[in-house]
Design a protein around this ligand. Structure first.
Ligand SMILES: [Zn+2]
Length: 85
């Protein structure tokens, strides 16, 4: 009988921690700023290069003309070309 009670307590504790975790995750995702509406995005032509691995990416749309550089290899990528038309 005592075993059943401790199993029940373990299950209830697990459910409590689980629902708490889900709520925390939900509040985190709600804290993210909503994406800007498509109409507010600017067309850009920015080329970034990662100095660590050499990856190059081109950004074609951004919320501003000088957006935050993307990250690669745990650091911000270097802006190598800004050719807006
Ligand atoms: Zn990289």
């Amino acid at each position: 009988m005592g075993q059943v009670v401790s199993i029940l307590i373990a299950v209830v504790a697990f459910l409590l921690i689980y629902t708490l975790g889900v709520k925390v995750m939900a509040s985190f995702s709600r804290a993210q700023p909503p994406p800007a509406p498509a109409g507010e995005l600017r067309r850009v032509r920015l080329t970034y290069r990662c100095l660590v691995c050499g990856t190059e990416v081109r950004m074609t749309k951004a919320p501003s003309q000088e957006p935050e550089p993307p990250r690669c290899c745990m650091q911000e990528m270097d802006l190598v070309a800004n050719s807006d038309e």
